[in-house]
Structures are given as C-alpha cells and as structure tokens.
Design a binder for this molecule. Sequence first.
Ligand code: M6R
Length: 606
Amino acid sequence: MCGIIGYIGTKRARDILLTGLKRMEYRGYDSAGIATIEEDKVVSTRSVGNVSGLVEILKSKTHKGMAGIGHTRWATHGAPSEANAHPHTSGKVTLVHNGIFENYQEYKTALEQAGRKFHSQTDSEVLAALIDFEYENEINPRIAITNALKKVRGTFGLAILFEDQPDMIAVARRSSPLLIAKNGSAVFIASDQYALAGHASNATVLQDDEIAICRADNFEVFSMNDYPVGKEILKITASEESIGKDGYEHFMQKEIFEQPQSIQRTLSGRINKPLGTSQLGGINLTPKQLRGVKSMIFVGCGTAYYAGLLAKYLLEPIVKIPISVEVASEFRYRSVALNGNELSVVISQSGETADTIACVEELQLKGIPVLGVVNVVGSSIARLVDGGIYLHAGPEISVASTKAFSSQVTALLLLGIYLARQRDLNLGDGQELLEQLEALPKIIEEVLKIEKEIKVAARKFAKLPHLMALGRDLLYPVSLEIVLKIKELTYIPASAYPAGEMKHGPNALLSPEMGVIYLHGEGPLSEKSVSNLAEVRARKAQLLIFTDTEIDASKDEIVIKLPKSSHFAQGIIFTVAGQLLAYHMAIALDRNVDKPRNLAKSVTVE
Ligand code: M6R
C-alpha cells in the first residue's frame, strides 16, 4: 500500500528518495513521485507505473534540493494517473499522504467556492489545499497543519513541504505509520522501516495525532494540543542484505524456501521440553489469568485468517475450549456476544492491517485481553496489543504471504500447547507435541525437494480456466489458503470447499474443464476422503492429488506424494506444496509474482 519517504540533510534528496521508494515497492503501488525544495520553490515529478519509470523521467529533470518527499501510491480516490499521483501541491503546500480523508468532499466544495482549483480526483489534494488555506491565516506552519487536521475525519500519514520554509519537512500521523530517524546531519522519514535500512539504526515512532517538524540537524515532536511529547524508539531490524533476493528469482520463491529457518526462529527459545510446555515471554498474562480463559477468538485477514482457521482445527481438541476464527473486516462491525472470559489473538504479518487494528481497539474496549501474533517488530498492532508472540520470520516482501503463514500457525500452536498444559494435557503428550513442532523444519526441507515435480503439474494446471481445491478436516483450511495463493498470483478463478460439502451444490461445477487440486491426507477421515475423490472422478474433472498416504490413481491424474508427517505438521506441509504450485503456475503464466495486480502488501486502509 502507499509508501512515504522523506529526507532533509546535506546531500541531494533525489537519489535517497528514489532508493527509499524502491525499497517500498513490495508494498504494491500504481504510481510514484517525488518533490524537492529548490531554493524558494518546490519541484515535483510524478509518473504512473513503477519507480524505474519515474527514474527515466527524472533523467531530464533537475532536482538539486537537499530536502524532499516521495510517495508510492495505491489508488483509493481516483484512478492511477499522473494527476492523481503524489506529491500534491496547493499554493505553498506540497504533500504526500497515506490514508483516507473521509470528509474531503465537504471541504473540496467549500474550497472551490472560495476560488480554489483542483487538478486531481484525490482526497489528498484537498488536504493540501486545506493546510494551505489555514497557512494563509497562521504564520506558524505547524499550527496551520494542526488547524487543518483537526477538521479531518479519517486517517493520515503525511510529509509536508512549505515552499517558503525550505529548511524543514513537517510530518503528521493518525492510524498510518510514520517513522523519523536522525543520522548525523540528516533526518529521514519513512512509513516503512525497510526504507530506512542502512540509513539509521533507531527511529522514533510517531504516535496518533502527533506532528513533527524535521530539520537537517534535529526534529521535534508535538501533540495536536501543542505541547512537546515523549517519543517511542524503534530499533530498525531490517538490513539492506535482509531485503535482497539472495540469488532467488523472486522474493516469493526465497520466502518459500526460507521456511525451515523462519519456523526455527519462531520456535527458538520457546520450547521447554522438561516441562512439556512452551515458554512465551511476552504474553503479559499470569498463569492464573490464562487458566480463567474459557474460549478464544482468533482474528485476521487473508492468509492470517486461514492460519487461525488451521490452528483452530489443531488446537480445539487439545486445549478443549471453543475457538472462533473471525475475518477482521466483518468482526470489527459485528455485535458479538461475549461473556468476558475470552482471550483474543490477532494475527498479522505486517502489524499494520487497518481492519485488524480496528478489531484490537474494539476488543480492548470490551475488556477482552488481546494478544498479537505479529511479524513486524514495533508495528502498530505490536504496540497496541496487551501481549503477544513475535514470529521472527524475517522480512516478508512478496505480496503473497508464505513464510508468515507457517510461522503464524507455529506461534499459535506454541500458545495452544501452553494453554493445554495448564489444563488437561499431560507431560508426555505436551513433550510429544513439542517434538512435532521441532521436526517441522526438517520435514519442510523434504517438501521443498519435490519442487521440480510440482513445477510440471503447475504448467499443466496453469492452462485450465477454473480451479477448485478440496480437502477434509484440517486440510480444508489448507485448501482455502492454497486457493488464495492461486487466485492472487495467477488470476484464475478458483474456489475451495470441504470435500464432503461438494454434493450440496459445488458438484454442479465439475466438468473436464475444471481442475481439482485434491488434498488427501492420512487421518481419521481418510476413507471418507477417498469416497469424495471418487465423486470428483465420476464427473471427469482434471485431478492433481497431493497426498501423504497411498492412493490408487489413473494415468490421467497427477499424484504428488508428500512426506508423511505428524498431525501438527500435516497442514503446513500441504500448504508449502500448494505455495510452490501457485508460484510455478504464476511463472508459467508470466505473471508479476511478487507484485500481483490490484494488491498491496500491507492493507493500511479499510
Ligand atoms: O499483514 P497481514 O498479515 O495483516 O495481512 C493480511 C492479508 O492482507 C494478507 O495475508 C493477504 O491476504 C496476503 N496477500 C495473502 O497472500
């Protein structure tokens, strides 16, 4: 989603801004731009498409200024176009904006009546005009910004230049992340810590309704009520190396192959074998409080939601309390029946997903403790929750989430073992489950070895017009996650069903044009799964079967054998195979693997 970068110092801002924009490309965007202060005027360059296109245009433009702002835009108000790209200028004000100015129309109309002209369809240009309007009557730019922002309903991360204030950049935030870092005689501003990698080792996290005035040698943070405020420091863990591709063709491929190590990091230091339980330092709830938990609510979006769903299947039988799994965009508005004895767990790779953040606030308002299962250290969710488990999966750059999923499931299982051991689970069974987790990295390595076989199947299935994934029991949530990967990467219409549900409607879709990815796993429902498979065969759909057990198949069917694994590992193993399938289908179709169309890595708007 949209990215902000800013620089003020002793070097030319242009190249620093462009490097920052490139680092944020993974978030997904449709246009980009920069603006720098050149003596007493601001020069902007914007373009539709990727940052390389902007670089080309900049070859014939001069940007000498040592203060500037840049932006990658993901269209919300107005289609992707040069006019709608940021920065936006109105009068003396030029700004870049992440977020949504919900009541912009009201001010647009009023400003038009006052004689202002608008050149884009964006809410952000209206915000620039509103700040400029306030600046006409208020000499202090910070107060002018405050006056304008007090009128705004919605969210913002802002970096603002004033034409007649060449030695400063103002920034402001409400529900949209912004970091400020000082290094020697320069100050960097970014909405994403990856853009700061290599520039600074610590950053100040701007809080909601705070405004900072940045100059080359320092910056000051104020609240909107006009008093200086305390600053929260974030250690920048991303390094320039950690955001490289390490010789892989795509970030997605790198991240799939990293899973043995990323899971290892999620587990590291969290297994207490002698006591047959997990040790989770950041839960911030006493054993007594946890013992009082009567049910759990897992909340997330997309892949994070499916990680929660898989964990529910695995944990309910051992923790023996009800677990509900909720899609954040629905849960935040629903009247939910709660009894006050719940423990909620929000799951988010980025820690910045707007709908998930809203659920944290909603749950806390209702007095329900909220734990975060989050990857990005210091992200908004990580700071809001009452406690949590960091994934430590490392930066996930590809829009399609892969290693975050396996680490999310692993972290939830660690939490589940902890709760189960407080209840009925005995020492031996606790130790046995921990061993299943410890074995995960090795067994994932086995799946990764069959990449070539999966690639052959992917080439065939990439040619089909419709796809379906079917599974039973814990392989049902896995089928949903695999289909999400296929949809976002290949753009082929695809759906997922519990295999036993087919005869209640979806069987009507089966024909020789339909490709069915059938997940057949060893387990209590194995025989029933064979019968469901026979129903698919009878309708002559094209079959790709992933299985970890023996199965008879005809020569027209593709069968890919997966390693036998434990109950806890099975879902992750099948998912990794599905990730490879989706990845190779995307390659076969020549899709933009790491940045699929219409999608952003971190969805910071509703
Ligand atoms: O950062 P989050 O985990 O909160 O993101 C949630 C979803 O937006 C994300 O998982 C999305 O569904 C992925 N693109 C799926 O691959």
